[in-house]
Design a protein around this ligand. Structure first.
Ligand code: NAD
Length: 487
């Protein structure tokens, strides 16, 4: 039975063909709140990645041929095991990633829900029969698994990102090799141990931790890999698009964002401020669909900023395992530096720091990468902080006057992942949602990720969707079969 103690403070190899293989080259995993060692994983490269792809390739025909019920059973058991180990897994998430335990528990519950949902969706994959163009002709449309898939996940949601990708892939009948982020591989190790216990056949799911660029290259160059699903930065996403050209690999890309929150004058201002905080400071602002900039109408700007600042000042920052903690550290010092650089740039350009605006120091924060929850006003849309993804606990507020102008401004970004709107006007609900150039729009709320809905972006935020029946389509090829019955 895996437990947090089995995962933490151990050395983990790669997982290929149902076996854990230790390799001499390893890397430490550290707690971003303290810098302490929390585990050690293989630092694998091309050889191990190729071994894992070969294992997935050998396992594919049998897995693809199994009935949907058989594949669903593995996913159902996996979901149940994740739920049964929720506290243990959440502790691992907090220790390697930093988020408060309550948030880690939510993430783990979400991870289990994805496995459960795709266990059900596996049984709904069906083809079509369409009328032929001759009396003796039949047209059949089949959906078949694409084959071996390379899956690459980021560090910000180290448990749920794994099940979001593995569950639809396995449900569809694909076999996989997962490469998690090197900062947070232990949650993936834990999930793979549970998947093994759930009865996943050898070779169906493989795990390789190590050199990102080398493993990515194997995914792109090995002819057995037919699809790569990636969640991470737009920069790496663009590199993968270029690399995918040689063998025309299928791609799903969940990339960066620049999500606006727009608060209209008819909004429930308290609800808007509370929703803004729940989203912006979740995971210390390190969320792809996290609000980047808050656009607030001038008629409601004062009460909105007042409530926002009051509540942000009260946020308790500390170690994620401490029961009082509401916000943890950022993933590393580079992330702190990035957030602070954007704050400094905004201040130089005329922004005002309402609260925060600095790195947290002092005994409690000494060895971790902590940044104070921050609110900035006097922001204009051309500032770097409004243009770039902050990925930290900084809430910049732009005051606007005109609906058309604010929509033009927020649509001008090259990103298009998520947008948030607060209004009570039913005309605005529809017209604004229609005009926003984003893959997802939340009205009067700031939470989006659920297994039954298609999560994903447009423009430079990527292509493809995770969640819903759309999510499983990403792992299925369409085959058109024309049958002529006779002369
Ligand atoms: P990143 O792109 O640096 O890393 C993501 C993953 O890609 C990691 O596993 C990393 O090891 C791997 N990687 C890095 N270089 C690679 C290469 N050359 N070839 C193959 N793999 C490579 O991103 P990050 O800093 O870990 O994550 C933060 C970014 O992810 C943010 O931009 C955020 O918006 C985005 N993100 C998007 C979503 C979404 O659903 N759209 C969700 C979470 C995070």
């Amino acid at each position: 039975m895996p437990s947090a103690e089995v995962i933490l403070h151990q050395t983990h190899g790669i997982f290929a063909n149902g076996q854990w293989h230790r390799i001499p080259d390893t890397r430490a995993v550290t707690d971003p709140a303290t810098g302490n060692l929390v585990g050690t994983v293989a630092y694998a490269g091309k050889t191990e990645a190729a071994l894992a792809v070969d294992a997935a390739s050998q396992a594919f025909p049998d897995w693809a041929a199994r009935t949907a019920e058989e594949r669903a059973l593995v996913l159902e058991r996996w979901a149940d095991l994740i739920s049964a180990h929720r506290e243990e897994l959440a502790k691992v998430v907090t220790l390697e990633q930093g988020k408060p335990l309550a948030e880690a528990l939510d993430e783990v519950d979400g991870a289990a829900k994805f496995a459960k949902w795709y266990a059900e969706e596996a049984k709904r994959v069906a083809g079509e029969v369409v009328p032929g163009s001759a009396r003796n002709r039949r047209i059949l449309i089949w959906r078949q698994p694409v084959g071996v898939c390379g899956l690459i996940t980021p560090w910000n949601y180290p448990a749920s990102m794994v099940t979001r990708k593995l569950s639809p892939a396995l449900a569809a009948g694909c076999t996989v090799v997962l490469k998690p982020a090197l900062q947070t591989p232990l949650s993936a190790v834990f999930l793979f141990r549970l998947l093994q216990e759930a009865g996943c056949p050898d070779g169906v799911a493989n795990l390789v931790t190590g050199r990102a660029a080398d493993i990515g290259e194997v995914f792109m160059q090995h002819p057995a890999v037919r699809k790569v699903s990636f969640t991470g930065s737009t920069e790496v996403g663009k590199l993968l698009i270029r690399q995918s050209a040689d063998q025309v690999k299928r791609l799903s890309l969940e990339l960066g964002g620049n999500a606006p929150l727009i608060v209209f004058p008819d909004a429930d201002v308290e609800a808007a401020a509370d929703g803004a905080i729940a989203n912006k400071f979740e995971n210390a602002g390190q969320m792809c669909n996290g609000i980047n900039v808050m656009y607030v109408h001038e008629q409601v700007a004062a009460p909105f900023i007042e409530r926002l600042a009051e509540r942000v000042q009260a946020l308790r920052v500390g170690h994620g395992l401490h029961p009082e903690t509401q916000m943890g550290p950022l993933i590393d010092h580079a992330a702190v530096h990035h957030a602070h650089t954007l704050v400094e740039d905004a201040v130089r350009a005329g922004a005002r720091v309402v609260t925060g605006g600095h790195q947290l120091t002092g005994e409690r924060y000494e060895r971790g990468s902590f940044y104070a929850p921050t609110v900035l006003t006097g922001i204009t849309p051309h500032m770097r902080i409004a243009q770039e993804e902050i990925f930290g606990p900084v809430a910049p507020v732009v005051v606007f006057r005109d609906e058309d102008a604010v929509l033009k401004t927020v649509n001008a970004t090259p990103y298009g992942l998520a947008a948030y709107v607060y209004t009570r006007d039913v005309r605005r609900v529809f017209e604004v949602a229609e005009r926003l150039e984003f893959g997802m729009v939340a009205v009067n709320g700031t939470s989006l990720s659920v297994p039954q809905a298609p999560f994903g972006g447009i423009k430079e935020s990527g292509e493809g969707r995770e969640g819903g029946h759309f999510g499983i389509e990403e792992y299925l090829n369409i085959k058109y079969v024309s049958v002529t019955l006779g002369p």
